[in-house]
Every structure is written in C-alpha cells, then in structure tokens.
Design a protein around this ligand. Structure first.
Ligand SMILES: *[C@@H]1O[C@H](CO)[C@@H](O)[C@H](O)[C@H]1NC(C)=O
Ligand SMILES: *[C@@H]1O[C@H](CO)[C@@H](O)[C@H](O)[C@H]1NC(C)=O
Ligand SMILES: *[C@@H]1O[C@H](CO)[C@@H](O)[C@H](O)[C@H]1NC(C)=O
Length: 421
C-alpha cells in the first residue's frame, strides 16, 4: 500500500524530478492546485500519517522563544530514531540575554544529516525554526482521521512547525527512494531557536559553523517560512529605531514659554510617514510602523520628553547597506523638523534577495523578517513553506493538510534542484 502510493506519486508528471527533465506543467496551474487534483483522484501520499503525527507532536509542545528545549529534544529523538545523525548545538547564555522569558533549561539548535558520519560537508542546508511567538495555542484538527481538506490549527501550526514537519518528511521520503539517496547524503537539516526575537540560534550557528577546518560551504540554503507554497523572491529588510524629542516644561496656558516635546515628536513622525523613503520594483515601498509613543507627564503640563519606537520595513537592497540608507534619510527628515530630536537605531539590514526561478513554482515577495540574512556566506537562498503569513502570529493560526502535503513535494523538488544545479 505504502509503496504503491509512493510509486503513483513519484510517477506522475507533477512530481517527476524537475532537475532531470523539464516539467510539462501548464504554467497557469498553481503547484498547489495541481497537488489538489491528486487528492481529488482519491489518493493520499504514503507519508500522510507520519507527517500529520510529526506536525501534531511539534505543535502540541509549547516552544515560545526561550523555551525551545522540549521541542528540540523531541526532534532529536525523532530524527535519530529514523537513522539520521543528530547534533545538539547549545547556545551560550551570553548569546540569549535579550530573551527575557528564557526558562532554566539550555537552548540548542538541532543539526541532523543522513548517515553516521561525524563531519559532514553538506551541499544543501535545509532549515527552519522551532520557536514560536506567544501565547501557546493547543493543537486541533477539524477531522479525525484527517483528509486533504482537514484544517489543522494551533500555535506554530504554520509558523514554522509546518515547514519543519514538511522538510523532515521530504528528506526522509527522498532517502526512502533509493534512486536519490546518493544525492541526499549531501543534505543537512538545521532547526534553530530564537528566530522570532533576535535570530540568536541562526546567528550562533553561522558564527560557529564557519570556524570548522576546513570551513564548510553550502551551495544552497532552503529556509522554511510561510510563503503559501510559493517560492519567495526575497523579503524586505528591517530597521528598528527610537526617536526622542526633548522640550522644556511649563504651564499649559502659556505654551510659548516652554517647548512641547510631544508636539515636536508628532510633527516629526508625520513628516517621516509622508516621506518617500525608498522603493524598488521587487519589494514596493519602504514602510514605517510607529508602534509605540510615550511622552509628557500630565495634560496641563508642557511635555519635556517624548519618544517613539518605529519598525521600518526596508524595500531597498543591498542587504548590508539598504538599512543605513533609510536611516540617513529619516535622520535628514528629523533635522528638517527640529534640532532637538535624536534617533537611535539597532543593526538593520536591507532587502534580502532569494532565488525564485525554479520550474514548477509560482513566486511571491513577503514583508516579514526571516533567518535568511543571519546565515552568512555566498550560497543560493530559497525561501519556501506551507501556510500563509496572514494567520501566523494570530489567534486563528491554521493550515490545510493539502497545503502541508504539497510542501513536502515542494521541498523534495527544491532539495533535488539545489543538489543538481
Ligand atoms: C555571542 O556572545 C559573544 C560574547 O559576548 C559575542 O562576541 C558574539 O558576537 C555573540 N554572538 C551572537 C550570535 O550573538
Ligand atoms: C508607494 O508610495 C507612493 C507614494 O510615495 C504611492 O503613490 C504608492 O501608492 C505606494 N505604493 C504602494 C504599493 O503602497
Ligand atoms: C515572478 O513571477 C511572475 C509571473 O510569472 C514573473 O513575471 C516575474 O518575473 C517573477 N519574478 C521574478 C523575480 O522572477
């Protein structure tokens, strides 16, 4: 039964290895709807039960950033029980200090690869993150047993445990198919902590992995985040800034005797919002979110201090300079409004370009941050995963099983493509 279904799927033109012969897929058909036709014909992929079970287990274990120990441990057991070599990469406490909610248990990235070799030199890195945003939301599914239309909900069901489950299933399925196992030994899985806050896990991996002798180089990195089953051409960059205004306190009946920091700040923010900070064809406009404003002490006192916190989504490349350009533009706007404005920005990055030209995939661009820029190196980058960002981080986070299963096929194609290109 299992083998027959696997053969059916592997034999269809949709899933034939794209890198060996071009897909005959009509370009107007989306990848996911084509997968849907397979379901409509009544067949389910051979891995449905194991995929659903893995996804359920991952979603059922709470892993809000800082508390990834238990889910990491589960994943290590799962991978080693299935014949992969796994390694725990502990993150030193000094590198996790900004995650205030961290529990007492150590945090670690999970690295895994086929076979027992201790020092792999993988060509392709397949990665996602095992932390989630708060609060924890329990797992639920609309049908039992599940079918292609079953809706699966819970925190992390999309972002990003759907990617984790689909990637692991894709690799195990490729290994099961002996005809590709030689290629697949060149793949490494990496599941990191801390993506939702400061990227501590991926940044630590990036720093330490590169210190090995000889330093391994990846040809490609495949990053799992919700992209609706499309291949992302990249995502906007990120810049977080605090703007402070300083005034002079006084009686509200005599505003001309003081200087209102709140008024200065408001005028400055409006001007920043109204300024074209930079756009690009691929990413659209740079956008500014004024997420938090504080200022003054009472309604009848001229405000002496005010501050605002902004998150800016940077639409201009390159990754290493785009954010600096935006920071200078905002700084110029502030200078044009008032001399008593100060700005302090964290380390930002410009728009991140990914490769989205692979046969059989539709493309998309997204506005959220990922770990893609946190992995240094000169590798081809792919950003792909099941589910949509529009439900991620919200109370109704969920996806359809058909989308989760389509992503298994998508990852298989991407892995083979990355290995052979
Ligand atoms: C980790 O901490 C060390 C020591 O404080 C620091 O040099 C390094 O840059 C940090 N790495 C990351 C990824 O935060
Ligand atoms: C980008 O900003 C310009 C004004 O600077 C505006 O006309 C345009 O509609 C914006 N585009 C989008 C996609 O919001
Ligand atoms: C994305 O897909 C559209 C439609 O097929 C295509 O016109 C566009 O060139 C693609 N974008 C990139 C960056 O490849």
């Amino acid at each position: 039964m299992k083998l027959l279904l696997a053969a059916l799927i592997a034999g269809s033109s949709v899933f034939a290895s794209s890198s060996q012969r071009p897909l005959t897929l009509d370009t107007d058909l989306s990848f996911q709807s084509t997968i849907g036709e397979v379901y409509n014909s009544g067949s389910a992929p051979s891995y449905r039960a194991s995929l659903v079970a893995l996804h359920k287990a991952l979603v059922s274990i709470p892993s809000v950033t800082g508390n990834e120990n238990e889910v990491g441990t589960y994943l290590v057991d799962y991978l080693t029980e299935r014949g992969l070599h796994a390694q725990l990469q502990f993150i030193p406490p000094s590198n996790t200090t900004s995650d205030a909610s961290t529990d007492e248990k150590p945090r670690f990235n999970v690295l895994a690869w086929p076979g027992k070799t201790r020092n792999p030199s993988p060509k392709v890195l397949v990665s996602s993150h095992i932390d989630t945003v708060p609060p924890f939301i329990p797992y639920s599914a609309s049908d039992d047993p599940p079918n292609a239309d079953t809706v699966i909900a819970g925190r992390g069901s999309v972002d990003a445990k759907a990617s984790v489950a689909a990637q692991v299933t894709a690799l195990l399925d490729l290994l099961l198919d002996k005809s590709v196992s030689d290629d697949v030994k060149d793949v490494m899985l990496l599941y990191v902590v801390g993506e939702e806050t400061n990227g501590a896990g991926m940044r630590y991996f990036s720093e330490t992995w590169g210190l090995l002798e000889p330093p391994p180089t990846f040809k490609a990195g495949i990053f799992g985040e919700p992209t609706e089953g499309k291949l992302a051409c990249g995502h906007k960059g990120h810049l977080a800034c605090t703007i402070k205004a300083t005034g002079r306190a006084g009686h509200s009946g005599y505003p001309w005797l003081g200087k209102s920091a709140t008024e200065v700040l408001m005028r400055a923010l409006i001007k920043v919002l109204d300024t074209d900070l930079g756009s690009s064809e691929r990413f659209g406009n740079t956008t500014v979110n004024v997420g938090r404003i504080e200022g003054g002490v009472a309604s009848n006192v001229i405000a002496e201090k005010a501050e605002a916190r902004l998150t800016i989504r940077v639409a201009i490349a390159p990754q290493d300079k785009g954010a600096n350009v935006i920071e200078e533009r905002i700084s110029d706007v502030l200078k044009s409004v008032d001399e008593d404005l100060e700005m302090d920005c964290g380390n930002g990055y410009g728009a991140v370009i990914c490769d989205c030209e692979v046969d059989g995939f539709k493309n998309i661009t997204v506005n959220y941050g990922t770990d893609v820029p946190n992995l240094k190196g000169d590798h081809t980058r792919y950003l792909y995963g099941p589910g949509t960002i529009f439900v991620a981080h919200g109370p109704d986070e969920a996806l359809k099983l058909s989308d989760l299963e389509a992503a298994v096929e998508g990852y298989k194609k991407l892995i083979l493509h990355a290995l052979q290109s």
